[in-house]
Design a protein around this ligand. Structure first.
Ligand code: SAM
Length: 284
């Protein structure tokens, strides 16, 4: 039997009361109560019937239900043990949903999604948004699309352009691995309890190839990390702080065609790549 729509204030309050659920702030438990938001997330995910979807943090099954209704083969990973039995009840009747108890940051994803590529769709727990996104990207999980609810401020950092105050290591990493776009903004009233901040749904299409040519990826991210570790310093000084001798730093920057007095935060992805490739050359 298909349950009534969970993304509704009365239904959610009823579920919380019936099962005696005490929401855990430390697990980022802000549950969606707006069915329009669920519908728009499902739409942004462009789900085809039978498609594999991995959901992080189903909560009481609000977004899971929308994904299941769209015909996805959903695997949902929930850390809160108390919610596992409850999900079996709230999602009763959906034989296209599998709920796994576990920590997304520790789980072996290749074991959970054995048939190859999937989409990750989630209303993320905000206290670990960045580690979750970075794990998906850095480990090159077999994911083609990422549609997630995050804090608006985090979404703005993910799409930020060079030279803006939002631009940082997260922007570079997300734009290196994906093509991100903010789909829509979500007010605090769309959740129980209401978070203190606005949220945003961000859609990231995973790139098949990085947008810039990088000789050594590790070096690219080392330069990025160095450039943003002290935003007020010049690039020349950041490279020195990262362990390069002054003359080598100058040589690297000259080879890359970058003025060492610039701040790291003004560099585009291709300029970061140029610096990293020049540094890799010096090391050869
Ligand atoms: N999907 C539901 C919704 O949209 O209403 C709940 C979203 S709530 C923002 C985040 C969920 O992630 C909570 O249910 C929380 O228990 C779960 N969670 C927190 N940390 C987690 C982790 N490391 N791995 C998996 N789930 C986690």
């Amino acid at each position: 039997m298909i349950q009534p729509q969970i993304a509704n204030k009365e239904v959610t309050l009823h579920i919380l009361k019936t099962f005696g659920i005490r929401l855990q702030k430390k697990l980022g438990q802000n549950f969606l109560i707006d069915s329009d938001v669920v519908e728009r997330i499902v739409e942004a995910a462009d789900i085809q019937p039978g498609e594999q979807v991995l959901e992080i943090g189903p909560g009481i099954g609000t977004l899971t239900q929308g994904l299941a209704e769209a015909g996805a083969a959903v695997t949902s990973i929930e850390l809160d043990r108390h919610l596992i039995d409850i999900l079996a009840k709230t999602l009763e009747g959906y034989d296209n949903v599998r709920v796994i108890h576990g920590d997304f940051l520790k789980l072996d994803i290749s074991r959970e999604i054995p048939t190859g590529r999937c989409k990750i769709i989630a209303n993320l727990p905000y206290y670990i948004t960045t580690p979750i996104i970075m794990r998906i990207l850095e480990e090159r999980m077999p994911v083609e699309l990422l549609v997630t609810m995050v804090q608006k401020e985090v979404a703005e950092r993910m799409v930020a352009r060079p030279g803006t105050k939002e631009y940082g290591a997260l922007s570079v990493a997300v734009q290196y691995y994906t093509e991100p776009e903010i789909v829509f903004i979500v007010p605090p009233t769309a959740f129980i309890p209401s978070p203190a901040v606005e949220s945003a749904v961000i859609r990231c299409v995973i790139r098949k190839q990085p947008p810039v040519e990088v000789r050594q990826e590790k070096m690219f991210f080392r330069v990025v990390k160095a450039a943003f570790s002290q935003r007020r310093k010049t690039l020349q000084n950041c490279l020195k702080a990262a362990g390069l001798a002054a003359e080598t730093a100058s040589l690297v920057l000259e080879t890359a065609g970058i003025d060492g007095s610039r701040r790291g935060e003004t560099l585009s992805l291709s300029e970061f790549a140029a610096v990293a490739n020049a540094w890799s050359n010096v090391n050869r």
